[in-house]
Design a binder for this molecule. Structure first.
Ligand SMILES: Nc1ncnc2c1ncn2[C@@H]1O[C@H](COP(=O)(O)OP(=O)(O)OP(=O)(O)O)[C@@H](O)[C@H]1O
Ligand SMILES: [Mg+2]
Length: 152
């Protein structure tokens, strides 16, 4: 991840409206590199998918869909970096992630964007995950914290 110290250590950015959330996603997209893992955390409707849509747009992907709620993972390979977008919400146990090829994704070099990454205490996510916490503070106001545990 480029400029990780600058871009990926952010405390309580106020994001007003969903367009601003998409714009933040686009900004993050410009700093992603192959193999980066973003763990997205926040309650239902926090804006995790909006942020992902911004990232996908920023990477030039054409299909910027919704949460991959029914399929757990959606791949986007038409942008400047290949992306796998996960939603772990419906997993009942960590084994189910293994069944969809989680381990292979981790070493695939794809950018992994993972909604509900804190499922199972975050145990599925690698140490170098960049954690993105989104807090809903009002109808259209969100606060976002970005923390990279292991900076390159
Ligand atoms: N500042 C904001 N940022 C993001 N979304 C916002 C904002 N203000 C309002 N919204 C609305 O909040 C909702 C966020 O939905 P979104 O699907 O992105 O949430 P999510 O965190 O992915 O939820 P889920 O856990 O169900 O997947 C949308 O309806 C969006 O229009
Ligand atoms: Mg979602």
């Amino acid at each position: 991840m480029k400029n990780s110290a600058k871009i990926f250590q952010r405390e309580g950015i106020v994001v007003q409206g969903e367009q601003a959330m998409r714009a933040l996603g686009k900004e993050l997209a410009g700093n992603l590199e192959a193999g980066d893992v973003l763990g997205l955390v926040g309650e239902l409707g926090a804006g995790k998918t909006r942020l992902v849509q911004g990232i996908l747009e920023g990477l030039g992907c054409q299909q910027v869909g919704t949460s991959p709620t029914f399929s757990i993972v959606h791949e986007h390979t038409d942008g400047s970096l290949p992306v796998a977008h996960f939603d772990l919400y419906r997993l009942k146990q960590p084994d189910e992630a293994l069944q969809i090829g989680w381990d292979e994704y981790l070493t695939s070099g794809m950018v992994l964007l993972v909604e509900w990454a804190d499922r199972f205490g975050g145990e599925l996510l690698p140490e170098e995950t960049v954690w993105v916490h989104i807090e809903r503070v009002g109808e259209t106001t969100r606060r976002v914290w970005i923390k990279a545990t292991a900076l390159r």
